[in-house]
Each structure stands twice: as structure tokens, then as C-alpha cells.
Write a new protein. Structure first.
Length: 98
């Protein structure tokens, strides 16, 4: 009986670890967290007067790679920028002046 209990524990533990790993790997940050990271990056080079972000995740292809992204924007006294923000990491993939 003890060997069955031991093996059951190993199987359940391994399955839980696998599911946890997959969940962590596929988890997306919130749109608000993505916007905060973008604002921090833009604040390093100047003042921000406004910002916005779409709450829906889109899939885009850049340089042969697919990304899940949020579209957002930053407004400065000198102009506005639209940016694509990686929904997993919050990294700005592209920023262009409007």
C-alpha cells in the first residue's frame, strides 16, 4: 500500500508542476501593467502629458515572430506616439511618432 501512495504522490506532484509551469509561461500581464511599463520607459527621456491603452490583446507579426500585444499611446508636449507593448513582458516592441 505504501508504494501506491508514494507513486500517486509523485504523479500528482509532477502533474501539478507541469500545469503550473504552463500557466506561468502563458500568463499575460494586465493592460494597466503594460501601460505603466511603457510610461516608465518614456519618462526616461522626457515629460508625459497623457497616455492610453486598449484592453484587448492582439496578435501581430514583427520580424518573423508573433507577439501578443496591447496597443497604447503616449502624449508629450512635443507630439504623440503609438506603441505596441508585449502582453507577456510589457516590453515596447514598436513605437512610432504620429
Amino acid at each position: 500500500m505504501r508504494i501506491k501512495t508514494f507513486l500517486t504522490g509523485i504523479v500528482v506532484g509532477a502533474a501539478t508542476a507541469y500545469i503550473w509551469n504552463e500557466w506561468q509561461h502563458n500568463r499575460l500581464i494586465s493592460s494597466e501593467q503594460a501601460l505603466q511599463k511603457a510610461k516608465q520607459a518614456f519618462q526616461q527621456t522626457g515629460e508625459i502629458t497623457g497616455s492610453w491603452i486598449q484592453t484587448t490583446v492582439e496578435t501581430v507579426e514583427k520580424n518573423g515572430l508573433r507577439y501578443n500585444i496591447y496597443r497604447g499611446g503616449i502624449t508629450r508636449p512635443t507630439g504623440a506616439y503609438e506603441c505596441l507593448i508585449d502582453a507577456k513582458t510589457g516590453t515596447i516592441i514598436e513605437a512610432k511618432k504620429l
